[in-house]
Design a protein around this ligand. Sequence first.
Ligand code: BDR
Ligand code: CA
Length: 311
Amino acid sequence: MKKVILDVDTGIDDALAISYAVAQPDVELLGITTSYGMAPVEYTCRNTKHILNVLNKDVPVYGGAATPRKRTRVYNGRIHGKDGLGNTLGAVNENDKCKLDAVDFIIESTKKYNHDLTIITTGPLTNLARAINCAPEVMHSVGRIVTMGGAVATPGNASKFAEANILIDPESADFVFKSKLPITLVGLDVTRKTLLTQDDVEKWKQFRTSSADFFVDFTQFYLNAYKKIHPYLKGCALHDPLAVGVAIYPEIVHTVPMNLEVDLSEEALGRTVENLNIELNEKPNVDVCFQVDSKTFMEDFFTKVDYLLSI
Ligand code: BDR
Ligand code: CA
């Protein structure tokens, strides 16, 4: 069994990633850590617990960072809704808060399982940066970090150059890359090639289960947002589920090792770029995904998630 921690900012495609992860027979999901990102942390925490509840899965959920390392996060709810789940759940209340600490859990789990542990991140890298900052030696024993983030040879989605998870907290992302942990970057270079379509949602409607109905509601919000922003795309990107797919089936992507950093200048803030200063003689720090076997991934995603939503 592969031991996994999922670090999320739930978010619609994070919710799809959670469902895909809990549907994997060979994965032991030790816990899900949350941070602010697509919504404030109390929302992402509540959303995560709600998704697990709807799917009838018992996985501990930990609350983490509420703000980026140096910047202020402004939420617009354009793609994921104001509550992070397509405005299906509305405002949070006191009971929704996560009482367990995400950064402690990441460090303690890495100490316990070291090379056997994979951490998948599908939100800003703030929790992970904090864990590395607090316990660098422990964190260096982690097996692999698979991160949904970045846009290396393709335009950004949160600015001309930058992908959202990196732009939200560029300082943490740069710190994580430079920490030299074993990172696989699943960026827009590949996630834009894995699209969920209106037909997929129509299929879920036929299941007539309460879980499928709920997934239809929030996924439709995401599809509608994509139709407005990218009218020529055939669907909405499965960014975060692909990170889960790559962690479990690394053979579905082709990666290139690069010495990657995050542009921290205001002109190209959050851009993931290769450091070409070869005099530094630095070894590559990130395996960047450039090609994906979308067909294999999509088949596995829908086989597992369809089953989960149909029972
Ligand atoms: C990333 O940003 C969020 O909108 C998604 O959940 C994904 O993690 C894509 O850029
Ligand atoms: Ca996300």
